[in-house]
Design a protein around this ligand. Structure first.
Ligand code: SF4
Ligand code: SF4
Length: 168
């Protein structure tokens, strides 16, 4: 198994809701990523973390939740008995009960797209580059680089301001 992760960098999110829109389109009006807002208006996209130790998988008494070859946590709707134990166990409030399907559903990390070798749609479409998909070490490297660039930009801005202050 080559583990892949889907990481959202909240500091880069601009609240455009493209991720939610594209997920809604792909999943027939049932988006698996949702953009919430703090009381001060900061956007926070919430999606399944495909946790390394997934509480939803641990509590499912029907064995309906499993991990696929990329490490994504998947629900098999045919095995789901609708007990809602995974809803109670997920710390992020991710799984939802689909009344039509009579089963719980959640993000499958765009399994169909992954089979074709493409990234999940939210990661592919985010215009701010706030959603990273890849091997853990690749994502870690990207996050490290972004953080370093941010610190460098802030330091440069501080130095420039100091220079302007001295000229006045
Ligand atoms: S698409 Fe990207 S920038 Fe837009 S809301 Fe989603 S995470 Fe934020
Ligand atoms: S549904 Fe919740 S507990 Fe399960 S893998 Fe996703 S974030 Fe983790």
């Amino acid at each position: 198994m080559t583990r892949r992760i889907l990481h959202v960098d909240y500091s880069l999110c601009i609240g455009c809701e493209t991720c939610e829109g594209v997920c809604d389109f792909i999943h027939g009006g049932r988006p698996n990523i949702k953009v919430y807002y703090t009381i001060t208006g900061i956007p926070v996209p919430i999606n399944c973390r495909h946790c390394e130790k997934a509480p939803c998988m641990d509590v499912c008494p029907a064995g309906a939740i499993y991990r696929d070859s990329d490490g994504a946590v998947i629900i098999n709707p045919n095995k789901c008995i609708g007990c809602l134990m995974c809803l109670a166990a997920c710390p992020f409030g991710v799984p939802t009960f689909d009344v039509k399907l009579k089963a719980v559903t959640k993000c499958d990390m765009c399994a169909d797209r992954r089979r074709l070798g493409t990234a999940p749609a939210c990661a592919e479409m985010c215009p701010a580059g706030a959603i990273f998909f890849g091997k853990p070490e690749e994502v870690e490297e990207k996050v490290r680089r972004r953080t370093a660039e941010k610190i460098a930009r802030e330091r440069l801005a501080a130095v420039n301001l100091e220079g302007v202050g001295r000229m006045l």
